[in-house]
Write a protein that binds this ligand. Structure first.
Ligand code: NAP
Length: 248
């Protein structure tokens, strides 16, 4: 089976590390991004240099029309999606719930919850035998915040990842009989640009000393777990979570 992998939000950070690791594992790869064209093209060039077929597609995964356009590009240029990593996510500045605006909450939920659900829907329309597919594998990028709660900082973000965890469990059971596995990784403090969204780009460096392992994690360490769950090596794993949080 040809392996066609869509990684949402793969211009930078964990998604980019996943694309680079997947390049050596026989996948055709779609690098999706929101606005950072230069970073997406840079990763795509590196992926192609490793011998993998790859394209970049700009699309906001919080909008179904854009998701439909994204999957149509993948259909025509790489083939129907067999593997999906729901990685794109957002975060807002640290504050308490009484200070959170409706706009902030809607953006958080649309990007971190509705987006992965809609991307899964459109992937399933290509993976499920009832729609002409041959099965597939989905990995959701959640966060240990889903079980820690992120009080006084980002309860909305933690709740969005909690919803993604429930979605992972429910969908895994729904499509297991049809040959689609659905799993998730839950990173902790990882060195990426993500923390700048909270207003503190050096957050991991400041907090890593308090972790049991005494250090933050790398995007490459998360990518290893994503690629394992995605692959046939994890053929009996579905509804499974791998926490990558240095013991947190
Ligand atoms: P990052 O380095 O900031 O990269 C975020 C990626 O998502 C970028 O490629 C960005 O595209 C893309 N993106 C954002 N909103 C999007 C949208 N609406 N549609 C399409 N793409 C969108 O972040 P990261 O640290 O790699 O985070 C990746 C995932 O890991 C997120 O789901 C995050 O919640 C999760 N996570 C991260 C950490 C951590 O410590 N870093 C911990 C736990 C969980 P542009 O480049 O175009 O902006």
């Amino acid at each position: 089976m040809e392996k066609v992998l869509l990684i949402t939000g793969s211009s930078r950070g964990i998604g980019a590390a996943t694309a680079l690791l997947a390049a050596g594992q026989g996948y055709r790869i779609c690098i999706n991004y929101l606005s950072d064209y230069a970073s997406a093209e840079k990763i795509c060039t590196q992926v192609r240099a490793m011998g993998a077929q790859a394209i970049t597609v700009q699309a906001d995964v919080s909008n179904e029309d854009e998701i439909i356009r994204l999957f149509a590009r993948v259909d025509s240029e790489l083939g129907r999606v067999t593997h999906l990593v729901n990685n794109a996510g957002t975060l807002s500045s640290a504050c308490r719930v009484e200070d959170m605006s409706e706009f902030r909450l809607l953006k958080m939920m649309m990007t971190n919850v509705v987006g992965p659900m809609l991307c899964s829907k459109h992937a399933l329309l290509r993976m499920l035998p009832a729609h002409g597919g041959s099965g597939g594998s989905i990995v959701n990028v959640s966060s240990v915040a889903s079980r820690l709660g992120a009080s006084n900082e980002y309860v909305d973000y933690a709740a969005s990842k909690g919803a993604l965890d429930s979605f992972t469990i429910g969908l895994s059971k729904e499509v297991a009989p049809e040959g689609v596995r659905v799993n998730a990784v839950r990173p902790g403090f990882i060195f990426t640009d993500f923390h700048a969204l909270s207003g503190d780009a050096s957050r991991v460096s400041k907090l890593e000393g308090a972790l049991p392992m005494g250090r933050g994690g790398t995007a490459e360490e998360v990518a290893e777990a994503i690629l394992w769950l995605l692959s046939d090596k994890a053929s009996y794993a579905t509804g499974t979570f791998i926490d990558l949080a240095g013991g947190r």
